[in-house]
Ligand binder design. Sequence first.
Ligand SMILES: [Zn+2]
Length: 84
Amino acid sequence: MKNNYDRSISLVCATCASDQFAFDTDQPEEERSYTCIDCDEVYSYDEIMDSNSERISMVVDEIGKEYLADATKKLNNAFSKFGK
Ligand SMILES: [Zn+2]
């Protein structure tokens, strides 16, 4: 479930605002260095997460709302079955 949600978060370069990064997928996420394809700025995982934390928390917020909406829909469906 976590992996599905991860895709909706795109990281942005603090220098040029590009969202294209090169990184080694063989390394664990925390140990990767992220190289901006546009300006060649290199970020550690901590740095990139830190500079994007505001955006990430916004996305997490959105996901939370979507998840809640989904759950409410399911609940409503369950109730409407009982209502008939
Ligand atoms: Zn950049």
